[in-house]
Design a protein around this ligand. Structure first.
Ligand code: AMP
Length: 279
């Protein structure tokens, strides 16, 4: 696997490969790779000729400096995992390579960045679009792969691609879970053994909604799932919403129709998110 660390290197290499007719598949990550990330690399390998993965813990999307500081960075292990699945290129820049000190970024996202995760993490999606735009510029992807795990992020990136008329196709990839249902996340390493058991309540609350979908009203399902979460030991509920799949508004879907249920909750210092597509 080629490891490139500068904008000029990655840009020149991907452009040269494109000129040879190769389709570039791009998988942006913040590292601490798990099977969820690896599934994206494998999908990218199936759908493109050259797979570029980036690992960059993007400071502008963290609104809590402690969260940024304690974000796991097992880079040697990450590189070994990428090599094991034959990823072609790793883009591994330093912060100074990606940002100058006085940069401003503001993209109108029609309010998508202010609801759900955006409400709890002000500025988060501006930071996400800021870095993904830059990464797209330097890696020249034909297709970029994002996980459904961060459902709102996919919607936000799609909005950016539409607004800025970027020439990249997006692919949303399924959530990879542990055997007991917990969605894999780089943050799961912070869970204590007790919290790890308690964390299952997120998935269970979503499963409750899935089972009742089309049988009970949205209001009842939301209330039951929220009450279940609130009663679950160790869980501090951020939100549980059932929304229209495209604009994430929560006043549209009818029970039984297409929707997405999204949940966020904290266990101790660790904040987890999960979602399921309905029906
Ligand atoms: P992150 O490193 O957390 O920024 O994630 C990088 C990419 O991997 C994002 O597109 C995530 O949505 C995706 N991802 C994270 N966890 C999972 C998972 N459990 N299953 C599938 N994709 C995931």
């Amino acid at each position: 696997m080629k490891i490139l660390r500068t904008r000029s290197e990655i840009s020149a290499y991907t452009l040269q490969q494109k000129q040879q007719g190769k389709r570039i598949g791009f998988v942006p990550t913040m590292g601490a790779l798990h099977q969820g990330h690896i599934s994206l690399i494998n999908l990218a390998k199936n759908k493109s000729d050259l797979v570029v993965c980036s690992i960059f813990v993007n400071p502008t999307q963290f609104n809590d400096p402690k969260d940024l500081e304690k974000y796991p960075r097992p880079i040697e292990h990450d590189i070994a995992q990428l090599e094991a699945v034959a990823c072609d290129v790793l883009f591994l820049p330093e912060v100074e390579e990606m940002y100058s000190s006085d940069e401003k970024w503001e993209l109108a996202l029609d309010g998508l960045d202010e609801i759900l995760e955006g409400k709890h993490r002000p500025g988060h999606y501006q930071g996400v679009t800021q870095i993904v735009f830059k990464l797209f510029q330097y890696t020249h992807p034909d297709i970029a792969f994002f996980g459904q795990k961060d459902y709102q992020q996919v919607q936000v990136i799609e909005k950016m691609v539409q607004k800025l008329k970027l020439a990249v196709a997006l692919e949303m990839c399924p959530i990879i879970r542990e055997a007991d249902g917990l969605a894999m996340s780089s943050r799961n390493v912070h869970l204590s053994p007790t919290e790890r058991v308690q964390s299952l309540a997120l998935y269970q609350s979503l499963m409750h909604i899935k089972e009742g979908w089309g049988k009970k009203s949205i209001e009842i399902l939301k209330q039951e799932a929220t009450e279940f979460l609130e009663k679950s030991p160790g869980i501090n509920v951020g939100y549980l919403e059932i929304c229209a799949p495209n604009n994430l508004q929560n006043n549209h879907p009818a029970t039984g129709s297409e929707a997405v249920a999204l949940v966020a909750a904290s266990l101790g210092q660790t904040r987890l998110i999960d979602n399921i597509l309905l029906p």
